[in-house]
Design a protein around this ligand. Structure first.
Ligand code: FVH
Length: 285
């Protein structure tokens, strides 16, 4: 099997090194050719153009900045008979359109969402993995090579599903970063070392994370009061303490307020016995 990789940014370079270390013959291309030089000395063949790189490979992996750069790099390139795997982050709609685009050019297509940062690539114990969706036949046929840089999770034939899972996980992470930022802001100016607080924060967030299973169960059953231990009425009451403390500590509560407002709306609609699952209903447009 001949492997081609388009894109040698931070992530593309990490992917290339993992495949080279595993002994895969690899052809690489990057828009700025200088970035390929270190890889040439590590055993990669360097193509002068994207078309030349694609022609050299059966399995073509693309890891560029965004969907527009994928379109630019592959414009006019012959994809007939190729297995195209796009590891560029994008939206579900972009992935679906890219799949149609690739298939109409004679390629099998798989979209991937990388749940790892470059230092985690090629390090199995890091826990990094890639979500894949699209052609199951491609995934099965190329699994051995795809599993080299990181673990694999196939999430469905719909080419948009990998991006959907990826963005949902990143969105949850964004909320977590918002909460962590607010928590550290509360401590600023006090005689408290952030590094002493960090382990408490990690322990607490780890203990609370399994609440996702409770929410999933309630969404499945449709009963948002099922198994509730901390109800909405109590939590909304508690929010006023969170807000008063922010004021006392001279910290803006702007990261917390939007979510608290939704909790209050759901409570006002008569759902005191739920947890926070009902907030999801208020988000659906
Ligand atoms: N790095 C990370 O932590 C994250 C982890 C999760 C997944 N992402 C996604 O991976 C894609 C690539 O990310 P990256 O870290 O390699 O990004 P950069 O280092 O900025 O490299 C960008 C490469 O894209 C090339 N490029 C940009 N525009 C074009 C274009 N119009 N035509 C062709 N190539 C283009 C760029 O080339 P150059 O600037 O060196 O010439 C780099 O090769 C990305 O989707 C992340 O969201 C990474």
């Amino acid at each position: 099997m001949e492997l081609t990789l388009l894109g040698l940014g931070a992530m593309g370079t990490a992917l290339a090194r993992a495949w080279l270390a595993a002994g895969y013959p690899l052809t690489v291309w990057n828009r700025t050719s200088g970035r390929a030089e270190p890889l040439a000395s590590e055993g990669a063949r360097v193509a002068a153009t994207a078309a030349e790189a694609v022609a050299a490979g059966d399995l073509v992996v693309v890891c560029l900045l965004d969907d527009a750069s994928v379109g630019e790099a592959l414009a006019g390139v012959d994809l007939t008979g190729k297995d195209l795997v796009n590891l560029t982050t994008g939206t579900p709609a972009q992935a679906r359109a890219r799949a149609e685009w690739a298939e109409s050019r004679g390629a099998r297509f798989l979209d991937g969402g990388i749940m790892a940062v470059p230092p985690m690539i090629g390090v199995p114990e890091s826990g990094g993995y890639v979500l894949y969706s699209g052609s199951r036949a491609l995934f099965d046929a190329r699994h051995e090579a795809l599993a080299v840089p990181a673990g694999t999770r196939y999430v469905g034939t719909d080419p948009g599903f990998a991006a959907l899972h990826d963005v949902a996980l990143l969105s949850a992470m964004t909320g977590m970063f918002a909460g962590v930022s607010h928590a550290f802001a509360l401590l600023r100016g006090e005689d408290l070392a952030p590094k002493d607080f960090a382990p408490l924060l990690v322990e607490w967030l780890t203990a609370m994370a399994p609440s996702a299973y409770e929410i999933a169960g309630q969404l499945e059953s449709g009963d948002y009061t099922e198994g509730v231990v901390s109800n909405l009425a109590m939590m909304v009451e508690g929010n006023s303490t969170l807000l008063r403390t922010a004021e006392e500590q001279r910290v803006s509560a702007e990261l917390l307020i939007p979510f608290m407002a939704l909790m209050e709306r759901r409570l006002a609609e008569g759902h005191a016995d739920e947890g926070t699952t009902g907030v999801i209903e208020l988000l659906i447009r």
